[in-house]
Write a protein of this length. Structure first.
Lengths: 112, 115
């Protein structure tokens, strides 16, 4: 069966520190991968979208970057965190052009 | 570009009462439409989806939604709410063409259920 894992589940980081959130998918190949951020009262914002290795689209300009070094691995990074980067980050995948998104359990980032 | 509006930030209903959560979308053609539910601190789970055909779609947990092209709406309904339905609900739209595969979500509606 298809599964998705992301970690860490919770992270508290000081302003200016780096960030790395990881997401891996199992049980499928060549998935479309997504990073969303959920801020309080603002719904889910699509951050990055990837259709293949090293093929990543950024939806909004920001302090974050994404990489896909392997087919089923998606990494969200920052060199220097800002307070505004705090939020709940969700990794998701689907296969093909349309259809259901499968979400990870999320990573809660607090920047102090 | 496509977008989704959920006009109700928070809704409170009594257990056993009927429920309707509103969703309006903006898109030049008929999009793919979804409703997801999120329990606190968790990821999202798909409730139902509309791609084409019958405009009334049935989902899990007794939910249904109706696509109305004339109103650009995709409202979620349940005839009798259970306390376990308390959660946050998100409507999402997936465009076709160049944005195929990307889902855009509304801001969510928080549902509280009174016993």
């Amino acid at each position: 069966s298809q599964t998705i894992h992301q970690w860490p589940a919770t992270l508290v980081q000081p302003v200016g520190s780096p960030l790395s959130l990881e997401c891996t998918v199992e049980g499928t190949s060549n998935p479309n991968l997504y990073w969303y951020r959920q801020a309080a009262g603002r719904g889910l914002q699509l951050l990055f979208y990837s259709i293949g290795i090293d093929q990543i689209s950024s939806e909004v300009p920001q302090n974050l970057s994404a990489s896909r070094p392997q087919d089923r691995q998606f990494i969200l990074s920052s060199k220097k965190l800002l307070l505004s980067d705090s939020g709940f980050y969700l990794c998701a995948f689907n296969r093909g052009g349309t259809g259901e998104l499968f979400f990870g359990e999320g990573s809660r980032l607090t920047v102090l | 570009a496509q977008s989704v509006t959920q006009p109700d930030i928070h809704i409170t209903v009594s257990e056993g009462a009927s429920l309707e959560l509103r969703c309006n979308y903006s898109y030049g053609a008929t999009p793919y439409l979804f409703w997801y539910v999120q329990s606190p601190g968790q990821g999202l789970q798909l409730l139902l989806k509309y791609f084409s055909g019958d405009t009334l779609v049935q989902g899990i947990k007794g939910f249904e939604a109706e696509f109305k092209r004339s109103q650009s709406s995709f409202n979620l309904r349940k005839p009798s709410v259970h306390w376990s339905d308390a959660a946050e609900y998100f409507c999402a739209v997936e465009g076709r063409g160049s944005t195929l595969g990307r889902l855009y979500f509304g801001r969510g509606t928080q549902l509280t259920v009174w016993p």
